[in-house]
Design a protein around this ligand. Structure first.
Ligand code: FES
Length: 152
């Protein structure tokens, strides 16, 4: 958005697709990506950052290896998604929007995941986990820790 009082116009039409491309490639907008885009468009990095931070779709921190999306849609809410979220927060010791220190898990809260019949639903990367209870959470997280261990 052009700042009032300046005549400078952002090449926004070019900027947004470049930001989307970088985020798709890296999973987030790194400092390097922002600098590279700024150089390509010949505008200050602060301007690129300013536009990117205006949109919720862009993130500036590297996501964990496993991104956990907790559905807070109506069906999941009715079936106790809040207790699932609390169990995950307790297990991982992070809040939504944060990543564990080991870089393994990122916790997010999202709207309906389109699998309401399985409520309450959690998605980890591209895998659905449905009809969860808080008691399932430690084992679920442990299974991903083990999977990571096997992949190392
Ligand atoms: S409300 Fe959770 S999947 Fe639809």
């Amino acid at each position: 958005m052009p700042e009032s009082g300046t005549k400078e116009k952002l090449p926004r039409e070019a900027l947004i697709p470049l930001l989307q491309e970088a985020q798709e490639r890296d999973g987030y907008l790194s400092r390097e990506a922002i600098t590279e885009i700024a150089e390509r468009l010949d505008i200050p990095p602060a301007k690129v950052y300013g536009v990117a931070s205006f949109y919720n779709q862009f993130t500036f921190t590297r996501p964990g290896k496993y991104v956990i999306r907790v559905c807070r849609g109506t069906a999941c809410h009715v079936k106790g998604s809040e207790r699932i979220l609390n169990a995950l927060k307790g297990e991982l010791k992070i809040e939504p929007g944060q990543t564990t220190r080991d870089g393994l898990f990122t916790l997010e809260v999202v709207a309906c995941l389109g699998a309401c019949g399985l409520a309450p639903v959690v998605m980890i990367n591209d895998e659905f986990h449905g009809r969860l209870t808080p008691g399932d959470i430690p084992g679920l997280i442990e299974s991903y820790r083990e999977r990571d261990g096997r992949e190392r």
